[in-house]
Design a protein around this ligand. Structure first.
Ligand code: HEC
Ligand code: HEC
Length: 371
């Protein structure tokens, strides 16, 4: 490859830039989930100085930071994807009988018509109570290595059982749910068919997780671009992508195919809503440096899921960009990767144009007929 292109200056330069980019910004991806620093302030500043033109960008066969099309979903070996299981999981996802007073289903908060979020600043839970955190989308949650803003659930299987039993969310004990479902012959039959055993709580989690692994969104304009269709992004979106990788330093954290490094950072987002303080990742690790640190969320379909951040602090992408442009908020443990950006008004627009190109093909999910 190198030899074939070696007389083409542009291509050579791009390869070089791509290399520099990946050296300093990317390839920190699988570094794990701790705050152990992956990239120092100077590295961020170096990445911010790399200047690439849209033409040079078009010549890169692989984008820095490992951003690119979503890979195929992998399911855990003890919970393979089976059609009947996915159907069962979808029913459970929409079934309000999974809550204490039959009023709330998973879909009440993760609404397919709202990008599988709820459009609210913070979720409204059991009995109409406002919760402390914003409902994240579950589109592409299958690609998270840890679930929740603080990463406290290790898998979709385990995560699904949390909200059912949480008093402030669906408020139904697992054993009660199981006896409820056992009284519904159609559910009994389906659990038998799929798992070869009677309804149990673990299998409720497995079925819902299998359904969630189908709610993924390939084929955004960005995916088509990264897949080789250089016309899939317009000039403005390409300038936005270049900023994302360079001057705006977004891919320092929003990296990999799902635009998340699955790590946790304190940005200093103002705490809004009923919680005075949200310790974030600290609740899991008890390490001081994790106070107020949250998981880097995916940016796929970001245009569909305002408001933003763990507490819904920002209403628009413009507000988010202004926050980053100012160098984040003020906290003692603010990530070293958060720096003042000095973006022009035009550059902010370009960046947002790129973020809007991350909306993929949404799965068609309609409310199933419940047994
Ligand atoms: C009352 C609203 C509400 C209900 C009902 C609800 N969720 Fe959530 N969901 C949330 C909120 C809020 C969070 C973030 C909580 C946190 O991080 O502490 C969340 C987080 C998640 C996540 C993690 C996503 C990520 O990116 O980390 C998944 C997956 C999820 N919910 C699936 C479900 C499933 C499955 C159900 C039904 C069994 C369900 N939720 C019911 C509000 C809700
Ligand atoms: C230091 C790592 C880091 C960098 C650099 C970074 N982000 Fe983030 N991003 C995060 C974390 C962590 C959150 C969640 C913070 C919270 O909820 O308090 C987040 C949240 C977001 C959200 C809200 C997502 C949602 O679902 O609510 C958007 C949009 C966003 N970032 C875009 C960007 C853009 C654009 C850039 C570049 C200008 C950028 N980020 C740079 C780590 C980072």
């Amino acid at each position: 490859m190198f030899f074939k292109d070696s007389f083409n200056r542009l291509s050579f330069v791009s390869t070089l830039i791509s290399l520099i980019f990946s050296l300093i910004s990317g390839d920190i991806l699988h570094a794990g989930v701790s705050l152990e620093n992956t990239s120092k302030r100077e590295d961020v500043e170096k990445a911010r100085r790399v200047i690439v033109t849209p033409k040079e960008l078009d010549r890169m066969s692989k984008l820095p930071g490992d951003i690119g099309p979503l890979p195929k979903i992998t399911a855990p070996s003890d919970n393979p994807q089976i059609k009947a299981k996915i159907e069962l999981g979808k029913m459970l996802f929409f079934d309000k009988r999974l809550s204490g007073d039959n009023s709330i289903s998973c879909a009440s908060c993760h609404d397919p018509r709202k990008g599988f979020s709820d459009g609210k600043e913070r979720a409204i839970g059991f009995g109409g109570m406002e919760l402390g955190r914003h409902t994240p989308t579950i589109l592409n949650a299958a690609y998270n290595s840890l679930q929740f803003w603080d990463g406290r659930a290790p898998s979709l299987e385990k995560q699904a059982l949390g909200p059912i039993e949480a008093k402030v969310e669906m408020n139904l004990r697992g054993d009660e749910l199981v006896s409820r479902l056992k009284k519904i012959p159609e559910y009994n039959k389906r659990f038998q068919e799929v798992f070869g055993e009677d309804v149990n709580f673990t299998n409720v989690g497995k079925a819902i997780a299998a359904f969630e692994r189908t709610i993924v969104t390939p084929d955004s304009p960005f995916d088509r671009y990264a897949g080789g269709d250089k016309k899939a992004l317009n000039e403005q979106e390409k300038r936005g992508l270049i900023l994302f990788l360079g001057k705006a330093a977004c891919s320092q954290c929003h990296s990999g195919p799902n635009f998340s490094d699955n790590s946790f950072y304190a940005l200093g987002v103002n705490q809004k809503g009923p919680l005075k303080e949200d310790f974030g990742r600290y609740a899991v690790t008890k390490k001081d440096e994790d106070k107020g640190a949250f998981k880097t969320p995916t940016l796929r379909n970001i245009a569909l899921i305002a408001p933003y951040m763990h507490d819904g602090a920002f209403k628009t992408l413009e507000e988010v960009i202004d926050f980053y442009n100012d160098g984040g908020g003020s906290v003692f443990n603010k990530s070293e990767k958060i720096v003042k950006l000095n973006l022009t008004a035009e550059e902010k627009k370009d960046l947002i144009a790129f973020l809007n190109a991350l909306t993929g093909k949404l799965p068609e999910v309609t409310e199933p007929q419940l047994p």
